[in-house]
Design a protein around this ligand. Structure first.
Ligand SMILES: Nc1ncnc2c1ncn2[C@@H]1O[C@H](COP(=O)(O)OP(=O)(O)O)[C@@H](O)[C@H]1O
Ligand code: SF4
Ligand SMILES: [Mg+2]
Length: 355
């Protein structure tokens, strides 16, 4: 299996090589025995170009947040390498890691729970800057605070306020300002708009896009909502039970998803065009998401896949392989499914559309 991702160039900022994050499941208060593992992230290889937005999607519990945390080395990988700008972070610690962290920041889903309610916005912003020696002189700190607020679209008066005094959207602007306060190159945004009203989501996504341009940022945007990622991402990775099952440009993925799981996810999203909507094939997944503590053998999707072929799918884990330019798919039968040589086991809802 090749380690290289679809798109490869000199300017890779983040590269993950076979990254694994397994959480031990402990039992017993005294002996604290490890009785198993949650395979939250289990062998992910991908790369993110400088200046690009990489979107990560998948159902809740599939390991997106854990992967995001591993990229920032907030989670120590059980295996594999996390390479940031040419340096492997997986064994890094202490001061060295702290310095590196200035270059990578996180924006969280719920700004209220990630911001200390007793701190004013000014103190929240200065705190991060001070930790990295960026708030030593008062005049330049004040100037920087004003610039930050201006960049995220908040008035200077916001500095004296507390998180609860803001609306959800404004609070997320504070969260973004805090991430930007130390001048990062990479921002991992984990469900950045999931807690916001739909009407506010687009504003915050547009802000993220503007800031990317202004500051030359690289983004890893994590969302369970496919619509969010479609809007903002250049490339998208679809995760299922700890692994990437498909990766391509956003246009290719939304235009022609090739992995059965991506097909199912996308078929659940309504299409605005009624003609397309009517002729569309709905793929219903049977069964629940299996537990990452006990993932299925072979292809992890085989317990729910309408295209599953006996033996091979149940026993052999498919590699993520390139089947079109920059389009990687982890399915033994991706070509046959794409070319219509294999038909899904039909459910009543999946009746063939009339062309
Ligand atoms: N610190 C932890 N200890 C044990 N299990 C964890 C921990 N963090 C996450 N998990 C488990 O790992 C799996 C993936 O979680 P997560 O990365 O949060 O998924 P997602 O963000 O896609 O919803 C879940 O089963 C979750 O319960
Ligand atoms: S490898 Fe088999 S079970 Fe897995 S997605 Fe492809 S067809 Fe379905
Ligand atoms: Mg999550």
């Amino acid at each position: 299996m090749s380690e290289t991702s679809g798109v490869m160039s000199e300017d890779v900022l983040v590269e993950l090589r076979d990254v694994k994050v397994h959480f031990p499941i402990k039992k017993g208060v005294v002996l604290d025995r490890t009785v198993g593992h949650v395979y939250a992230v289990d062998g992910v290889s991908l790369s993110i170009q400088r200046g690009e937005t990489y979107g990560l999607v998948g159902e809740s519990g599939c390991g997106k947040s854990t992967l995001g945390r591993a990229v920032l080395r907030l989670e120590k990988p059980t295996g594999g390498e996390v390479v940031f700008d040419g340096t492997d972070l997986s064994g890094m610690k202490g001061e060295e890691l702290r310095k590196m962290r200035q270059r990578m920041q996180m924006v969280f889903q719920d700004p209220l729970s990630s911001l200390d309610p007793r701190q004013s916005v000014e103190s929240l912003l200065v705190e991060g800057m001070r930790a990295h020696g960026l708030a030593d002189d008062k005049a330049s700190t004040d100037k920087r605070l004003r610039e930050l607020l201006d960049a995220v679209g908040l008035p200077p008066t916001a500095l004296r306020k507390y998180p609860h005094e803001f609306s959800g959207g404004q609070r997320q602007r504070v969260g973004i300002a805090r991430a930007l306060s130390v001048g990062p190159e990479l921002v991992v945004a984990d469900e950045p708009v999931s807690a916001l009203d739909v009407s506010v989501q687009a504003q915050v996504l547009n802000l993220l896009e503007d800031l990317q341009e202004e500051f030359g940022l690289t983004y890893l945007v994590i969302a369970h909502d496919l619509a969010v990622v479609r809007h903002i991402a250049d490339r998208v990775g679809v995760m299922y039970l700890g692994g990437i099952v498909e990766e391509s440009t956003s246009d290719d993925l939304y235009g022609q998803p090739l992995h059965p799981y991506s097909k199912a996810l996308l078929s659940a999203v309504p299409v605005p065009d009624p003609q397309v909507e009517d002729g569309r094939e709905q793929i219903l997944l049977t069964g629940d998401l299996p537990s990452p503590a006990n993932p299925p053998s072979g292809c992890r999707f085989h317990t729910r896949c309408p295209w599953r072929q006996e033996e091979r799918c149940d026993t052999e884990r498919p590699a993520l392989r390139e089947i079109g330019a920059g389009h990687r798919v982890a399915c033994h039968f991706a070509e046959e499914i794409r070319d219509g040589e294999l038909q899904p086991r039909s459910t009543p809802e999946a009746a063939a559309p009339t062309a």
